[in-house]
Design a binder for this molecule. Structure first.
Ligand SMILES: [Ca+2]
Ligand SMILES: [Ca+2]
Ligand SMILES: [Ca+2]
Ligand SMILES: [Ca+2]
Length: 602
């Protein structure tokens, strides 16, 4: 056997690194899986809502065990972590073939290229999850799925360590032979769900959360019932690019491009009720050893599952190991009346939140009370219907009065659904956390020209010392109809811009925020580099004694994309020509706040 492997290895001259077959020692522990797909030991009869919500409701936190994490790692001392030392924490192999995931540990005795130690304890005694030996001649994907989680806070952060070995480079000139996978044309249906994984040439019955359609060079995954009308299901994939797995390389049905480097791709995606959204994809080049993966799913208001997948080209074997999966800040703050500190205000349900987190376009409270439209937006004027205006633009409808500055390139307004899944492109927008939500972007993968500056300009705003109405208020008091303590006369507002930026795919991409007075450009903030596949909040205060415009510039580096979403100007940004754009109005309380404007009164 070893001789065969060694021969196979020698024959794979195209591999940059040894691509031997990693033979982990498989855990002897047999897992018990409930019909729901997860094992939950629940000692305090928690309601369903309290299971796997990243909050310990039982005194022993048994409602948060086997949720893809345990209540904590004994070795690492961190909460909501799975170190795989005692169990798989409910993660399940859901592939449709023998290629899949197992709980394993390193074997020093076996010839191979897998990790020589786990990540938690750093020895060959430590456990991790690893993919099994892949089929030698076909493109294959191993699927791993978490138990169902209830919801995630906006601050949720997923970290794990991965060890990807056996990266290979094809020397076949790019034209790979189509490989058969199980049926004559290499197409195969499968499903991932609580019931046993299945595979075949016929579409499966309705499956939750997702079905698979497997074809050469393509993995499609999505919700729904393909058995009722497989053609239309496939048709929807073709026409909308949905529900294609977001982070699988290549286009539907098409072979890889010429001279394309073929690498194993590790993906992390989140499966929601009706869409699958990519969160993270392994970079195109990485070295051997353990690497950290960080992903931000954003606020998720429904039940979801996480899916890891390793897809690899047929020319070379590759293995991945996962260890120490951690969930940080994923639970909503507990619902109880708290006494807030200075600089904090109440959410509707009683917990406290920093004031700068109100009206910033992210549901931090968990009940959206910090983003209440009547508090955060200028109420529509007579005859106006849309609440969306220049002070809060989600780009879902248009540019909201912001303007493209002519030149090359320009910001493009689009969705992840339309833009496809090239590395570097956002996998969803920020406002809706959805593939169907709009954002602005510049640069879009390998074919886009790099280097030009795209500019977006705001209308002209009044000098910032012209108005002195406080923008700090107590939402809780307002909701309870108590107006008096809500208003604070000072300090004057500092007009401020919040926006979400997405810089991914290139280390030389850049986002800059300026304000312009007459003909002078003042740089306020600059972001460069690759921030990963996530939306990052930027907050900039403006202090100008002259009327000014806000200018947002994006430069996409080679193969990179710069994107922005949710431009939010604070109260106190007043459009020139006497037109108030973002003033505080608390008319429902029957009185006006203390306002003194240089150009008249409100
Ligand atoms: Ca709980
Ligand atoms: Ca471990
Ligand atoms: Ca918020
Ligand atoms: Ca948006």
């Amino acid at each position: 056997m070893l001789v065969t492997r060694a021969l196979r290895h020698l024959l794979r001259a195209s591999c940059l690194v040894p691509c031997g077959v990693f033979s982990p020692i498989v855990s002897p522990i047999v897992r018990t899986v409930l019909p729901s797909g997860s094992v939950v030991v629940n000692s305090c009869s928690s309601t369903v809502e309290q299971l796997c919500n990243f909050i310990c409701d039982c005194s022993d936190c048994s409602d948060e065990n086997q949720c893809g994490y345990l209540r904590g790692s004994a070795v690492l001392g961190t909460p909501f972590t799975c170190d795989f030392e005692d169990s798989d924490c409910g993660w399940q192999d859901v592939g449709t073939s023998t290629y899949g995931w197992v709980r394993a540990r390193a074997s020093l005795a076996t010839w191979g290229v897998g990790p020589h130690s786990d990540h938690t304890v750093g020895t060959d005694l430590g456990w991790f999850l690893a993919t099994t030996s892949p089929p030698a001649k076909t493109m294959a994907t191993a699927w791993l799925r978490s138990p169902e989680m209830r919801e995630a806070a906006a601050t949720c952060e997923i970290r794990t360590w991965y060890h990807l070995s056996g990266s290979c480079e094809s020397t076949q000139g790019g034209h790979r032979q189509h490989q058969l996978l199980g049926s004559e044309d290499g197409r195969q249906w499968g499903r991932m769900g609580p019931s046993a994984p299945m595979a075949g040439t016929e579409p499966p019955a309705p499956c939750h959360p997702v079905c698979l359609f497997h074809a050469p060079h393509t993995e499609l995954v999505g919700p729904g019932d393909p058995s009722s009308s497989p053609q239309s299901w496939q048709g929807s994939i073709r026409s909308f690019g949905y529900p294609r797995m977001p982070c699988i390389k290549g286009t539907l049905g098409l072979p890889s491009g010429l001279n394309q480097t073929e690498q194993p791709v590790l993906c992390l995606a989140v499966a929601l009720k009706d869409e699958v959204v990519g969160l993270w994809q392994s970079p195109e080049r990485s070295s051997e050893g353990w690497h950290q993966l960080v992903a931000y799913p954003g606020r998720i208001t429904e039940q979801f599952q996480l899916i890891f997948s390793l897809t690899q080209p047929p020319t070379c074997g590759a293995e991945v190991a996962l260890d120490d999966i951690m969930f940080r800040n994923c639970g909503l703050s507990e619902v109880e009346q708290q006494v807030c500190e200075a600089q904090e205000s109440h959410c509707h349900h009683g917990s406290c939140l920093a004031q700068h987190r109100f009206c910033d376009g992210t549901d931090d409270c968990g009940d959206s009370s910090d983003e209440d439209a009547t508090q955060c937006s200028e109420p529509p004027g007579p005859g106006e219907e849309s609440v969306e205006n220049v002070t809060h633009c989600s780009f879902d409808h248009d540019l909201c009065g912001w303007e493209e500055v002519a030149g090359q390139p320009v910001w493009g307004r689009n969705t992840s659904l339309n833009l496809g899944t090239s590395y570097g492109i956002p996998t969803r927008d920020h406002s809706n956390n959805s593939r169907a939500g709009f954002f602005l972007h510049v640069g879009s993968g390998p074919t886009a020209q790099a280097g030009g500056t795209a500019q977006l300009s705001s209308p002209t705003f009044q000098a910032t010392n012209s108005c002195s109405v406080s923008h700090s208020w107590d939402l809780m008091s307002q909701l309870m109809g108590l107006c008096a303590p809500a208003l604070r006369a000072s300090p004057p507002p500092q007009p401020q811009l919040v926006l979400y930026c997405h810089l991914h795919g290139s280390p030389t991409s850049k986002l800059s925020i300026f304000y312009m007075t007459n003909f002078t450009k003042h740089l306020m903030r600059e972001r460069t580099g690759d921030l990963g596949s996530c939306w990052v909040r930027e907050r900039v205060d403006f202090n100008s004694t002259d009327p000014f415009k806000v200018l947002v510039e994006g430069v996409a580096g080679s193969r990179g994309t710069v994107a922005i979403d949710d431009l939010i100007l604070s109260q106190g940004c007043v459009k020139e020509q006497g037109e108030l754009v973002g003033s505080v109005t608390l008319l429902q309380c029957g009185q006006l706040p203390h306002v003194s404007c240089a150009h008249g009164t409100v």
